[in-house]
Design a protein around this ligand. Structure first.
Ligand code: GLN
Ligand code: ZN
Length: 764
């Protein structure tokens, strides 16, 4: 028969229970035992959801209190000494690595955390030493959790991250120079022991994730798979090797050489259905294919007809016993359950499937293929109806939007004149000094702001009262900027809960959930808005606040928008039209906003694109070039509708542009602000090397910490920047928005920043 399987289930629980438990534990409001018990309760609940849904192969060890890569770091004793020497309890040592520890005389910062492939989840980077050794903890978590499930009557398939990915995703510790993959030989015995123990505990199969197989791999990494899997294939339970988020076609040489003796291979057929035939042809005669046909990254109902066709194709070639129906990846990236959504329009709710619904889908597809469609006729019919309803709904299709898209011209992507001519006009129009100072948009989101917003959302105060409150906030920040003597002001974004949600709520084509949280890192969850249909802007979204702010300030006021790619990337996108189409619709809506801002007297407009880089496809080549081309176009479309004298800014929360510099340059933004205070100023070299003509504001201080930088520090930093940038090119600003800061440190830091700018202005 065709079995059904899930690669991982979200950890947070229905009501973000894990977040609450973790945070209560960190605040000393929950004991260690209570926290551990809550973890156990959640694991059991999640296994049971899958069992009740009829899933045949249920994962264990997919749970993590903070992050699953961090679990491995601890399990293999790859713990840097600065943590291990503190004598902390294991769970505290674990959290210390994940989020830092500052308590009872211990003060260690966290390990580095970075994005998990192209998702919005962040993992803790294995941080390795030149003389790194590994050993297995005495009570390894995968074994413990396998036994825990077994005791509850559920035989699971443990999930572990494979050794090649573990090392390839790691890095040398500060001051160390080890190349992680060279540690493979030392690491393998630990994996062998672990697999042995899992077998002893009764595990028949084990899922080993090697997601790095979707990357373009250097040969050192490629070559590591063969020795690794020659050892691991026979060391314990039968190995199901899992890849996801991309295709593995370019790494078939690895598959052929390294995976001869593994039991099964899992591939993501949601992202890359076209790899199916080729993958099948690379399987060994008895190997099983795990076909990932239920999307682990999005919230849409699976199209059963399409999924079943794909699985059937595999079954025809391999037979029913050699095919498993699976989620495309772990369901970690989807919200817990649709049942919690009480406010979604019924029409739209019928189109969605969250983790607890996806597990049912996987079981239904497996049954349809095993026993024939008649066995699940009702479900198939209901599914076809939902698909049909969604495809033809007026919510999905807006002919006006489509018509407007069909009329987009090349000119609409171009400013009237090149930068030099534009800047000449901007300079007089805005009367900007040398080394202009500005901030990135938000000012501290105080408790009072949150209270008032909450009251307004709950209907406890009227729209008018809320508006008055926001106006007062704007007045305050304008006054503060007067006192600080900044050059380009912002209105402070007090009215915005979130930089994407705020815009989504003001556009047609979006819906919002109340409980659809997904883990971003540790206990932090995000609740992305969902793009359900063609997007348009019924009316101006930010003009009122910006106009008011401009009316009371004596310096140029900067309008503040979130760019099309960031709106797209930080939402759940549609899966029925290409993302470039959605980005273009967002761009048109934002273009109208930009033009309206200009008409309202706002002559500096910043369009933030912090998500531009994370959208970059995982592999170099055509796909990446394509993305960059439509992403850049959508930014240009949104900003090019203004006069030359209006200045367009953009902002990115990172400073590594080396690999896509041409795209950044192609945005043609008059001013770019980037994060830079914690990186090497050398990264700015690319701007001279490439003769970048426009203006740049590399952040002069870190906004993630309450620490106030001295004027001297800022001067030193600017001095360094001036080695790479021309004085007339340089803007002086912080790294990013100030919403998470307190007022006290904000004012002090900005005062030092302005003083530093004045110093350079006099010097040049
Ligand atoms: N304008 C936004 C702010 O200042 C930018 C935030 C971001 O780049 N993440 O808050
Ligand atoms: Zn930023």
């Amino acid at each position: 028969m065709v079995q059904s399987s899930i690669l991982g289930f979200p950890r947070m629980g229905r009501l973000r229970d894990l977040k609450k438990a973790n945070e209560a534990y960190w605040a000393d409001k929950l004991s260690r035992d209570e926290l551990l018990a809550e973890g156990k309760r959640l694991r059991l609940e999640h296994w049971k959801i899958q069992k009740d849904a009829g899933v045949d192969i249920i994962p264990s060890n997919d749970f993590a209190f903070y992050d699953h890569v961090l679990d491995h770091i601890q399990m293999f004793n790859a713990i840097p000494e600065r943590y291990s020497k503190q004598g902390l309890e294991p769970i505290d040592e674990y959290f210390a690595m994940g989020r830092g520890h500052q308590k009872n005389g211990v003060d260690v910062p966290s390990l580095e955390m970075v994005k998990w492939f192209d998702s919005n989840y962040h993992y803790v980077k294995p941080t390795l030493q030149d003389n790194q050794t590994f050993s297995l903890t005495s009570d390894p978590k995968p074994v413990r959790e396998f036994l825990e499930a077994k005791e509850a009557g559920i035989v699971t398939r443990p999930v572990i991250l494979g050794p090649v990915s573990f090392l390839a995703l790691g890095k040398a510790d500060r001051g160390q120079s080890v190349e992680p993959i060279t540690l493979l030989e030392k690491l393998l015995p630990v994996y062998e022991q672990l697999l042995q123990k899992l077998k002893e505990a009764g595990a028949e199969t084990v899922q080993i994730d090697e997601p790095v197989l979707v990357f373009d791999l250097p040969s050192k990494i490629k070559d590591a798979f063969k020795p690794a899997y020659e050892k691991l294939a026979g060391a314990g339970p039968k190995v199901v090797l899992a890849t996801y988020f991309g295709d593995i076609v370019h790494n078939f040489d690895v598959v052929d050489a390294a995976f001869k003796n593994i039991h099964a291979l899992h591939v993501d057929l949601v992202r890359h259905p076209e790899q199916l035939e080729q993958v099948i042809s690379h399987l060994q005669p008895s190997q099983v294919l795990s076909a990932g046909v239920v999307d682990g990254r999005n919230i849409w109902k699976t199209n059963f007809k399409k999924a079943i066709e794909l699985v059937e194709t595999a079954v025809q070639k391999l037979g029913k016993d050699r095919v498993i129906v699976a989620s495309s990846s772990s369901l970690l990236h989807t919200p817990h359950t649709l049942d919690s959504e009480k406010q979604l329009p019924e029409e739209v709710k019928d189109w969605f499937s969250f983790a607890s619904q996806k597990v049912v889908e996987v079981a239904i597809i497996a049954k349809a293929v095993t026993e024939g469609p008649a066995s699940v006729r009702e479900q198939l019919e209901a599914n076809a109806k939902s698909m049909q309803a969604r495809a033809s709904s007026p919510r999905t299709n807006d002919s006006k939007v489509k018509e407007r898209q069909s009329k987009i011209t090349a000119e609409m992507h171009r400013r009237q004149n090149p930068f030099t001519e534009r800047y000449a006009q901007q300079k007089t129009h805005l009367s900007l000094p040398l080394f202009p100072t500005t901030t990135i948009g938000s000012f501290p989101q105080t408790k009072e702001i949150r209270i008032q917003r909450n009251k307004f959302t709950k209907g406890e105060i009227t729209a008018e009262e809320y508006e008055k409150f926001i106006e007062k906030e704007i007045e305050d920040v304008v006054k503060i900027q007067d006192e600080l003597n900044l050059d380009v002001y912002v209105h402070g974004e007090p009215e915005r809960n979130d930089m994407v949600q705020y815009f989504g709520e003001r556009m047609d084509g979006y819906v919002f959930t109340t409980h659809a949280w997904v883990q971003s890192y540790g206990s932090r969850c995000v609740r992305p808005p969902i793009i359900v249909g063609d997007i348009s802007r019924p009316q101006p979204m930010t003009v009122k606040e910006s106009k008011y702010a401009a009316s009371i300030s004596k310096k140029p006021m900067k309008g503040m928008l979130t760019g099309p790619i960031t709106c797209l990337r930080w939402s759940f996108p549609r899966d029925d039209v290409h993302q470039s189409v959605q980005a273009q619709q967002l761009a048109l809506a934002l273009r109208d906003e930009v033009v309206d801002l200009e008409a309202a007297g706002i002559y500096v407009i910043q369009v933030d694109e912090p998500a531009l880089r994370e959208g970059l496809p995982l592999r170099a080549g055509k796909e990446r070039e394509n993305y960059l081309s439509w992403a850049v176009d959508s930014f240009k479309l949104s900003t090019a509708g203004v006069k030359d004298s209006t200045q367009i800014h953009s902002h990115f929360c990172y400073s590594e542009f080396q690999d896509f510099f041409h795209a950044i340059a192609a945005l043609d933004a008059d001013v770019l602000s980037i994060e830079n205070s914690k990186s090497d100023a050398k990264l700015l070299k690319v701007f001279i090397d490439e003769a970048y003509p426009r203006h740049i504001g590399p952040g002069v201080y870190d906004i993630h910490s309450p620490r106030v930088p001295s004027e001297q520090e800022i001067k030193d930093r600017v001095e360094e920047m001036l080695q790479y940038l021309k004085p007339e090119q340089l803007w002086i600003n912080p790294d990013c928005g100030l919403k998470t800061r307190q007022w006290k440190e904000t004012k002090e830091a900005l005062k030092n920043m302005v003083d530093a700018a004045i110093y350079f202005r006099e010097k040049y």
